[in-house]
Design a binder for this molecule. Structure first.
Ligand SMILES: [Zn+2]
Length: 252
């Protein structure tokens, strides 16, 4: 299926060649109004419209608040690589910080310091961990991107690598949530106030008293699930998405 063929967004029927400018034109297959499938109906996500801090905040908020609506309006052609770099960077940084602080906590300096966060070893450890973790998150995202393109083809959806990039970049919020949960749980003795007191957190305390690093990884898995769900929503909402046409119709 050619990436520029106009398809019905709902059912994938080929609309090229139909009189799409007729006022009441509808898909012959499912009856959806043709104007609903035009690329103009995809103005872009907040990030695609303004790739910067404000756009990042908007895309992050909407990915968590109303992902279906956001991806229904996502533009297909925009390159979202930078958004993926930012989200994986934050996700990897949080994990690296969490591990580094937990490690220096396990092996305290002989001259114990009052606050472990000021341990001079934690920053170099975090930096050494950060780059492999960043590469790992980018690799996982790339595998996911190729995977959704592959499976979409088998389902006869038209999900291009560009749509795959849009999906994993915006779903990268999940990497941040995973990193955040990992860091919070890796530093549980310092962060347990987040759950308001210590009485109802006996299970978490047990895990840490037993030195089982289960909780941070369980937290990270929650973020992975968020990532997977958002990718799925994005792909569902863009499975027959149409690219913007060039102004002169050439598709340039
Ligand atoms: Zn249709």
């Amino acid at each position: 299926m050619h990436p520029r063929t106009l398809l019905c967004e709902r059912c994938g029927y080929v609309l090229d060649g139909l009189d799409i400018d007729a006022p009441a034109a509808a898909c012959p297959e499912c009856g959806t109004a043709i104007f609903a499938s035009l690329p103009e109906r995809r103005p872009g996500t907040p990030w695609q419209r303004s790739p910067g801090f404000v756009g990042w905040c908007g895309a992050t908020w909407r990915a968590l608040r109303s992902p279906g609506a956001m991806f229904r309006g996502a533009s297909v052609r925009a390159a979202d690589r930078v958004l993926l770099l930012i989200n994986t960077l934050l996700g990897a940084g949080l994990i690296a910080g969490g591990i580094a602080l937990a490690l220096v906590d396990l092996f305290p300096l002989p001259m114990g310091r009052p606050y472990l966060q000021t341990d001079p070893r934690s920053l170099p450890i975090a930096l050494w961990l950060f780059f492999p973790l960043w590469v790992l998150l980018l690799a996982l995202s790339e595998v996911e991107r190729r995977g959704v393109v592959f499976f979409s083809r088998r389902r006869r959806w038209r999900v291009t690598l560009d749509i795959g990039m849009m999906a994993v970049a915006h779903a990268g919020v999940g990497w941040i949530i995973g990193g955040l949960l990992f860091a919070i749980l890796a530093r549980w003795p310092d962060t347990r106030w987040l759950l308001g007191g210590t009485s109802d957190v006996a299970l978490w305390n047990l895990m840490f008293d037993a030195h089982l690093p289960i909780a941070p990884f369980a937290g990270w898995l929650v973020g992975l699930m968020v990532f997977e769900v958002l990718v799925y929503v994005a792909v569902r909402r863009c499975r027959f998405a149409n690219m913007p046409r060039g102004k002169n119709g050439s598709g340039a």
